[in-house]
Design a protein around this ligand. Structure first.
Ligand code: GDP
Ligand code: CA
Length: 335
């Protein structure tokens, strides 16, 4: 569907985002605003559970993916990291035998982490640092970390070398082990004692639409939901909460959602994820859920769980196709 150019776009939209999937979805949000001429204020609450300290530097993969993508600095082939990147520092570190060597730390990207770490050392909270970095990148959205507190997602795995059960940082599970080792649990360490960053709860309470994009339901959206206060405010807000499935057919479109849903015991389907988030009319979060057209057969089951659902094309092949998805979110919110 090509939505009418005069489709009513809410004045304020809040999106809970991970990295690549969330960033691509946000490109569609901005394209829809272009197309309709709407002057919507978009606030993004980004996952920081993927954050990791490397070589003394604070690295925030999802914040940076959103910032670089919307600021036209992303390597579009890879989907993460800077365009025109070189890897000299990484090679030099490896030559010194300094671990870890599996993390892709590019030279240009390194400058971002240096600036961030210096500001954190000087006492600025992550939210203020993110705002400062965004002054350069001008992403066209207000980008907020979910929390200023240190939260790091860990995964319990069987070490492929020793066979021992141990917890590793999510980045190690994903990048080093390619999400292909036996895994048992997902723990957002630090979350239970954390608080939402300044502006986060306001962005949930004082908005006209909240979107859960196709971001990973376990380690992106799930981690954001683990920050005390966020889930409660989502349940209480007067804005509709509409989600978009990142599972199409019986698999993720990219990434490792299939493996992670398996770990937490959620069925790997658009209906399984919808039921996992739950209907707001019951004790969950959703006022609406979009599934891909290939999953149209799941709509009755999702609606039986109390969640109004529609089947529409959900492949983010280009900005216009993604903008059409966003238009469908807005239409479902208004129905
Ligand atoms: P990450 O932090 O880089 O892993 O990115 P996100 O958590 O924001 O998004 C990852 C999720 O986006 C994965 O579970 C994918 O299945 C989903 N995804 C990626 N591309 C598409 C797409 O074109 N359509 C849909 N529906 N989901 C997608
Ligand atoms: Ca991520």
């Amino acid at each position: 569907m090509t939505p009418a150019p005069d489709q009513h776009v809410p004045a304020r939209i809040t999106v809970l985002s991970g990295g690549v999937g969330g960033a691509r979805f946000l490109q569609g949000v901005l394209r829809l605003l272009d197309r309709t001429g709407a002057s919507t204020e978009v606030t993004v609450i980004a996952n920081t559970g993927d954050d990791i300290w490397l070589h003394g530097l604070k690295v925030c993969p999802d914040l940076d993916t959103v910032m670089y993508t919307l600021g036209n600095g992303i390597d579009t082939e890879r989907g993460w990291g800077r365009t025109g990147e070189t890897w000299h520092a990484k090679e030099e570190l490896a030559a010194y035998g300094v671990e870890p060597t599996w993390f892709g730390l590019g030279d240009r990207d390194l400058a971002t982490h240096l600036v961030r770490t210096q500001m954190l050392d000087a006492g600025y909270p992550l939210s203020a640092v993110t705002e400062a970095l965004c002054r350069r990148w001008q992403p066209g959205v207000r980008l907020l970390p979910m929390s200023d507190d240190r939260i790091e997602t860990h995964i319990a795995i069987d070490d492929p070398d020793t066979g021992e059960r141990k917890a590793v940082h999510f980045q190690e599970y994903w990048i080093r082990h390619q999400a292909s080792v036996p895994a048992y649990s997902v723990v957002p360490i630090g979350a239970e004692k954390s608080s939402p960053a300044p502006g986060v709860l306001e962005a949930i309470r004082d908005t006209d639409l909240i979107i859960l994009p196709p971001s990973n339901p376990v380690v992106s959206v799930g981690t954001i939901l683990s920050v005390p206060g966020i889930r409660e405010n989502l349940r209480a807000t007067s804005a509709p909460v509409i989600g978009v499935s990142g599972i199409v057919g019986s698999d993720h479109v990219r990434g490792m959602a299939r493996q992670l849903l398996g770990i937490i015991g959620v069925e790997v389907s658009a209906a399984g994820v919808a039921e996992h988030y739950g209907a707001r009319s019951a004790s969950g979060l959703l006022d609406g859920w979009l599934v891909d057209t290939v999953d149209a057969g799941l709509v009755p089951r999702i609606e039986a769980a109390g969640i109004p659902a529609r089947a529409v094309p959900l492949m983010m092949t280009d900005h216009d196709a993604t903008a059409d998805m966003v238009a469908e979110v807005i239409a479902l919110a208004g129905s």
